[in-house]
Design a protein around this ligand. Sequence first.
Ligand code: NBG
Length: 809
Amino acid sequence: MDFRNGIGLRPLGSSAAEFEQDLLSNLYYRRGTTVESASAQDAYESLVLTVRDRLAARRAKTTAAHYAANPRWVYYLSAEYLLGRQLEQNILYSGTGEIATAALKALGVSPEEMDELDIEPGLGNGGLGRLAACLVDAMATLDIPAIGYGIRYDFGIFKQTFVDGAQVEKPDDWTFQGNPWEFPAPDDRQTVFFYGYTSRDESGRTKWIPGEIVLGEPSHMLVPGFGTETVNIVRLWRARGSESSFDLERFSAGQYAEAVQEAVRAENISKVLYPDDSTELGRELRLKQQYFLVSCSLRDIIRRFRLWGGPWTDFPSKAVIQLNDTHPSLAIPELMRLLVDEEGLGWDEAWLLTQRTFAYTCHTLLPEALETWPVAMFERLLPRHLEIIYEINQRLLEEVRSRYPGDTDRVRRMSLIQEEPERRVRMANLAVVGTSAVNGVAELHSKLLAETTLHDFAEMWPGKFRNVTNGVSPRRFVRIANPALSELITTALGDSRWVSDLDRLRGLERFADDPLFLRSWRDIKRANKVRLGLGDPDALMDVMVKRFHEYKRQQLKLLHVITQYHRIKDNPNGNHVPRTILFAGKAAPAYHAAKSIIKLINAVAAAIDADPAVARYLKVVFPPNYNVTLGELIIPAADLSEQISLAGKEASGTGNMKLALNGALTIGTLDGANIEIRDRVGAENFFLFGLDTPAAIALKSSGYNPRSYYEQDDELRAALDAILSGAFNGVGKEVAESLLHWDEYLTLADFRAYVECQEAVDRAWQDQTAWTRSSLLNTARSGFFSSDRTVSDYASTIWHVEPVRVARD
Ligand code: NBG
């Protein structure tokens, strides 16, 4: 292999003329068409190739620099990536914006038309997948040698449509037109085993004799750094049958389905992203996906390790593997299997290497969201891994017994195997035991993890636990999403260094009392509302965008909307602050309670629209199919950011950060990263309400009775009664019933405090100068929430990696 990659290549020009020349060459030679007959798709793909080539040249230089440095690499394993559209990002990162726009004129198309053809790869569900994308962006920006590994699902997160207000899911065939951004690398394909049995040879070594063999074929997408030459990659695996999986004999005999069944079974592994981000689906195919990702990626990591040679003892100093939640935690027994069974290392040595190589990020607190798998399924699908897990467990429990003699309850809790009601493997316990660092994703979350969900482990190994507060990409969510604001910030600060050094936003504080500046700030917010095109741009834009989950409490927001509706109806000539309430987000297809809430929101929106006396002051909009692209339009237009989860339930939230950075004021509980946002932007620029975590726990354990709130609060009762009486087209009675009888997430308990806090929002809105000042201060003081800061925290406290700079030409 030649690692002087890229050296000696003809450099790609940086002038408009050269870009245009390359664009036309791509049109002729790669698309096989001409300017006269090119379709929009032809133009788009030629443009992609022209931009991509410029990044590919940097990629080659990056590879060469990395190879020479032989550094410790970060391998980020994640079942999900929500990368967002690539075109605008890659044009920005390659610095080709102006020359691309000029060149497109030659083809008679606009950059906006091209963006419309750029399909977002929806390979994730929500915050966890988008966080993975923000982290790989930051790793490249900080020149950290890294690869993100994931799955190239044929179908990403479903497309959400509404039929009579109800969510209906449509498949997301995101590669229908192909994906011009990716580089297939079939020569790096890997072989993955499933099922079968184990046996021991004469020397006592275990061998796994598989029952099914599947191929994993990688392709990668480029992950450029901003303001640097580094281009990293995400490598995504796609499952396929082996060469012999097509049965020609059967095909010839007319048994068409049977002829391809083996290949179809293999390909199903990477067919769909599971549309579920909090609860375990309990399906074998999902476990198969997880093992598929892990097995392909580890073999690839080892292949790369071997390029340099070196003994296994060096492995942890060349690779740190970050597990994004428990989905890839099978990597722990898989590395043990490779080291012990295939490489012949002793258990103890292999275990030390394994622990030193892995680190684990936990993204939840909900116990029901911690993955477990039935032992019986494991035994069938991954017989050798189950043996290894038993061995790890035996050693773990020995240690627990010797540290805490007689504490059988603790042994039961810490075991990797849950015994009742069904034997299951606890993946979070495995991930904690098999790694050297475990982190939560916000201060409160990390604290609660150590005190509750993972308490026994934190007590036994306190040094393993830490916090790394999440962050978001300032490129994606400010520079690209909000170009007008970015320009204003750059002008105010004198340069654009803030884009990769977000603490510089602090410099905006000097303008907090400058009326002209505040005027421009407000004008941009208004223009962003016009760009979004939903609701009156002079109304307060009140935004709740996130997955639908009862703990996030969209139902609380909705009860406030109904209350506001009633107040306006009762007093149509009152002094009401006009608001547009924007909801967006998807519910897991099998999550009926969340889908009922969606349907009810749409019904309430329709009732309000139909009532002209109310519609002047209140409008509810619910654009379907929330994704990164839609988020980039909505977030810059928001005045108010709704972060109203029950305290102690939202691990972090990252939408809260994106909104604050774009100058929205938060109304929120003391949950997740809200706490840190409030600490930074200042309590006077944040609308706080509701129970805190200890109060929520105390209320629950004292025997919470939601009905007492209903009985004592007239407005709450009126809102729930309206739903129960069928006022919204008869929709949503089950939502109200469930709140009255159960209300798992204390919605009714927080209702009054929330409504009063919304009154404070209305009062604050009346003074536009003060509001705009707060908006500016939210942006100025949110620099901490850059994913660059998150990645440098990981790099210094967990990964212990150094940047490798790629020289400019
Ligand atoms: C989610 C949390 C969010 C958090 C993201 C990213 C899962 C399992 N967890 O609060 O619910 O912001 O992870 O850390 O999807």
